[in-house]
Design a binder for this molecule. Structure first.
Ligand SMILES: Cc1cc2nc3c(=O)[nH]c(=O)nc-3n(C[C@H](O)[C@H](O)[C@H](O)COP(=O)(O)OP(=O)(O)OC[C@H]3O[C@@H](n4cnc5c(N)ncnc54)[C@H](O)[C@@H]3O)c2cc1C
Length: 407
């Protein structure tokens, strides 16, 4: 077997596939190809500690090329795959060269959803280290910051900008914050949190464009005729999966590269994982997640499947977000809940909300309560559910349900 296993994308998930292949016993060549000029790095700090200057570039790096080389993983950065030829099992690059593969893993991630007119100076998306560096420089001199989109990344950035004492306005089209991912209870708590920190929140507003002066952004225009003054704008209106390579190669795609729980695509020699992949669930629906857990677990599942092993990613999804001094940790889902139980102190941002559907816990959101979150993960993975009374009772140890089962 001479051809290598090739991974397109040297991000969180691509790295996981590479390392998991070694753990699963693959002894042949592994080549990871990344368009960005740097070794795999952690993206979450780009809108948190790193942007605040509280962590270093070294801390961002997940593995240096030297560490990868010791694992016999070849990393090629600054290289973009232009085309996959699945019949010839070959990749093609823009400069005309090509690379054969034995098996292929696609971990191309996602890109910031573009907003028309957002190519003005002073308007940024936040996805890459390069974006973060440019935003960080612009923040040094900016005063009036506008964030378009009240999702996780936009709000985390808003919190950083407030800590840097900028005037911050958040513009959100929906009538609540983080509406795609959290319950109305959490949205409302975050309206209070950001308002307490001095952010001007405008919900239910439609952005129509930008005003500029000397080629630089000077404001954001709204459908109601208003303009919000701005010398720095961050657009955080979601991402688009990088699925075009796969689609052009004939792989089934629908809002992401369609995979099963083991990362298998519609081509038996090609696998996909992370932000670019949409997983078919048991009920037939597709779920594309944008999270570290998903990138890691799907990457592991795909590596196992490449090795002919069945290790599906079935754990309950979890995610976190840091805004000011509040760590929000989510597990499972709040979508479709018919009962919400609060444990702890909502006003002090130290509480957990348990979500139930027909008496069974389907998810939990925790604010500054990491132990609840960890217990929630275990409970959901083991299909255990505290009663609503137990959930509300601070004296009830959630882990005791796990212990009872272990006995
Ligand atoms: C600012 C920010 C904050 C976040 N915060 C959190 C958080 O708090 N918690 C959490 O769970 N998740 C968070 N996330 C999400 C998390 O980082 C992503 O879900 C994760 O990085 C996805 O990993 P991935 O490998 O699928 O994609 P990526 O990490 O995006 O990696 C994909 C790589 O593929 C490369 N690529 C694409 N096309 C090609 C090509 N044709 N040829 C070669 N290379 C290519 C890209 O350049 C990129 O480097 C955050 C993301 C961002 C941007």
């Amino acid at each position: 077997m001479s051809a290598p296993i090739v991974i397109i994308g040297a991000g969180q998930s691509g790295l996981q596939v590479a390392e998991a292949l070694r753990a699963e016993g693959w002894e042949g060549d592994v080549i990871m190809l990344g368009e960005e000029p740097v070794a795999p790095y952690h993206r979450p700090p780009l809108s948190k500690a790193y942007l605040l200057g509280e962590s270093s570039a070294e801390q961002l790096t997940m593995r240096t090329p030297e560490v990868l080389a010791r694992k016999n993983i070849t990393l090629r950065t600054g290289i973009r795959v232009e085309r996959i030829d699945p019949a010839a099992k070959t990749l093609h690059f823009s400069h005309g060269s090509s690379l054969p593969y034995h098996r292929l893993a696609i971990a191309t991630g996602a890109r910031v959803r573009p907003l028309p007119g957002a190519d003005l100076q002073g308007v940024f998306g936040l996805r890459t280290l390069d974006d973060c560096t440019r935003i960080s420089e612009a923040l040094n001199t900016a005063q009036d910051v506008v964030v378009i989109g009240g999702g996780f990344i936009g709000l985390e950035f808003a919190a950083v900008a407030r800590k840097k004492e900028k005037t911050v306005t958040v513009l959100e089209a929906a009538d609540r914050l983080m509406a795609r991912a959290v319950s109305p209870i959490i949205s409302a708590l975050y309206v209070t949190l950001h308002t307490q920190h001095g952010v001007a929140l405008k919900l239910g507003v439609k952005v129509t464009g930008f005003t500029s002066a000397n080629g630089r952004v000077s404001g954001v225009t709204l459908a109601d005729g208003g303009t919000v003054k701005a010398d720095l704008v961050v657009v955080g209106i979601g991402v688009l999966p990088n699925q075009e390579l796969a689609a052009a190669a004939g792989l089934a795609c629908e809002g992401g590269i369609i995979v099963d729980a083991c990362g298998r695509t519609s081509d038996p020699f090609i696998f996909a994982s992370g932000d670019c992949a949409a997983m078919r669930l048991d009920d037939g629906s597709l779920r594309r997640l944008e999270s570290v857990q998903n990138a890691v677990e799907q990457g592991k599942a795909a590596a196992a499947a490449i090795m002919g092993k069945e290790k599906p990613f079935i754990a309950a999804p979890w995610f976190w977000s840091d805004q000011y001094d509040v760590k929000l940790q989510m597990v499972g889902t709040s979508a479709g809940h018919d009962q919400a139980i609060v444990r702890g102190d909502q006003a002090g941002y130290k509480c957990s909300i348990f979500y139930y559907r027909q008496g069974v816990m389907i998810g939990m959101d925790s604010l500054n309560r990491p132990q609840d979150h960890m217990a929630g993960r275990k409970l959901l993975d083991q299909h255990l559910s505290p009663t609503p009374q137990q959930a509300a009772d601070e004296g009830f140890a959630l882990n005791s349900l796990l212990q009872q089962q272990a006995v």
